[in-house]
Design a protein around this ligand. Structure first.
Ligand code: DX5
Ligand code: ZN
Length: 226
């Protein structure tokens, strides 16, 4: 049976001990890692790139790593991140000159292809791309920083995207990123998300195992839409 996946966003981890943090959060029960690459151009913040992704693999991290590229342009970094060990790569609709070509490039590199929508990005941008995507990432905060508050209007957008995925008949994951906490994770899943990305809600707590178990308890109340 399918289940909801909890993806731990490393943005709120201690970057000075990133390998250890990634391993701890996986040992604590996370399903996968979410890796936010920011370029101080597409978003007003600067974080980590392919060298750090490769370093995590060398450290011994075997978990799936979803690279969330908040960078522009995207194509060269798609190749670099795939070589660095990314499992899936998500690009922003506005960041690529040719979204269809960039999504195809991600798959050609052997990774799962994802498309991210900022809060103001219309779901119409998904048209014609369903056969090119493995993942849609709906952002529930403005990209750039961890620890922001979930924008409530996004619940309707999640429902809308879930319906569009169902209508497409394709197996596409729906990830939601930003402001997910123990107290709203079930509502986000209920709206149709199957991958729940959480950064500060996990890494700002002293006990990762406890917070992930509490998230799972909440998710257990939700029947899967997929
Ligand atoms: C924000 C990033 C998120 C971030 C979420 O631009 O894409 O992945 O880590 O952080 P929280 O869960 O703290 O909102
Ligand atoms: Zn992210």
């Amino acid at each position: 049976m399918n289940k909801h996946l909890i993806s731990a966003s490393l943005l709120s981890a201690d970057f000075a001990r990133l390998g250890e943090e990634a391993q701890s959060v996986m040992d604590a029960g996370a399903d996968m890692l979410h890796f936010d690459a920011m370029d101080n151009h597409f978003v007003p913040n600067l974080t980590i790139g392919p060298l750090v992704c490769a370093a995590l693999r060398r450290y011994g991290i075997q978990a799936n790593i979803n690279v969330h590229m908040m960078v522009q342009p995207v194509d060269r970094l798609i190749v670099d991140f795939s070589k660095a060990g990314a499992t899936s790569i998500t690009i922003h609709y506005e960041a690529s000159e040719n979204v269809e070509r960039s999504l195809m490039l991600i798959r050609q590199q052997g990774c799962k292809a994802g498309l991210a929508l900022k809060p103001e990005t219309s779901v119409r941008c998904l048209e014609g791309l369903y056969d090119k995507m493995d993942l849609i990432l709906v952002m529930s905060v403005n990209p750039g920083f961890g620890g922001q508050t979930f924008i409530p209007e996004i619940f309707d957008k999640i429902k809308h995207v879930r319906n569009l995925i169902s209508a497409s008949g394709r197996h596409i994951s729906l990830a939601v990123d930003g402001g997910i906490k123990i107290n709203n994770i079930a509502e986000v899943a209920n709206a149709g998300a199957d991958v729940l990305i959480a950064g500060s809600a996990i890494f700002n707590e002293p006990d990762y195992t406890k917070v992930i178990a509490e998230m799972r308890e909440q998710l257990a109340t939700v029947s899967p839409h997929f």
